[in-house]
Design a protein around this ligand. Sequence first.
Ligand SMILES: *Cc1c(COP(=O)(O)O)cnc(C)c1O
Length: 220
Amino acid sequence: MTDIAGKLADVKDLVAKARLTGAAAMPVLVAVSKRQPDERIEAALVAGHRVFGENRVQEAQERWAERRGLYPDLKLHLIGPLQTNKAADAVALFDVIEVVDRPKLARSLSTEMARQGRHLPCYVQVNTGEEDQKSGILPDEADSFIGFCREECGLDIAGLMCIPPVDEEPAMHFALLRTIAERNGLPGLSMGMSGDYEEAVRFGATSVRVGSAIFGSRDT
Ligand SMILES: *Cc1c(COP(=O)(O)O)cnc(C)c1O
C-alpha cells in the first residue's frame, strides 16, 4: 500500500518550501479523500492529519459522519458542486464550504446556517477559465456576488476558490484569483491540486487541495 504518512510529509515539505517569504501562516493542506479506499483515510488519520476535502455530500456523510465522534478536531471542506436541496446536509456535516457560486445557493446556505446555528466559513468559487461545464461565478460578476454574499446573506466569506482549466497554465488563473481577492479584502485563497500546488503556494495560496499526490489514484 502507498505510504500515506510519507506522502503527507513530502507534500507538507514542498508546501513549506514553496511558501512566500514573509507570508503570514503556513498554507493549510486539505487532503482530498473523495473516492479513496477506507484504509488510506485511516492511515492519514493515524498519521495525525485532520483536514479533509470531499466533493459529494452523500459520499462524505458515509465516510465521515461516524468518524466525527472519534476525531473531534476533524475539519471537513466541501469542494464539489452543491445543489440547493443538499444545503441543509452540507451545513450539518462540513466545517468549511468552498463552493458558494450563485445567489440561490448563498441564500439557502444562509438560511440553513441560521436554522442550525452553524456559521461556517465559506469560499466563493470563481470560474477563472470561464468554462461552460465548470461551476463558479464568472470573474466579471465576482465583486458584486461577494458583496451580495456578505451584505444580503450575512455569510462569512473567508476567501476565494478556483479550479483552473486542465489544459492551461494555472499561473494566470492563480494570479487572477489573487487579484479579485485582494480588491475585495479577502485573505483566503484555496487553489492548487496535486499537479500544481507548489505553484499555487508561490502565488499566495493559503489552502491547497491535494488528493492523488497523497493517496494515490482514485477508484473510478
Ligand atoms: C478532486 C479534487 C481535488 C484533488 O485533485 P488531485 O488532482 O487528486 O489532487 C482538488 N480540488 C477539487 C475541487 C477536486 O474536485
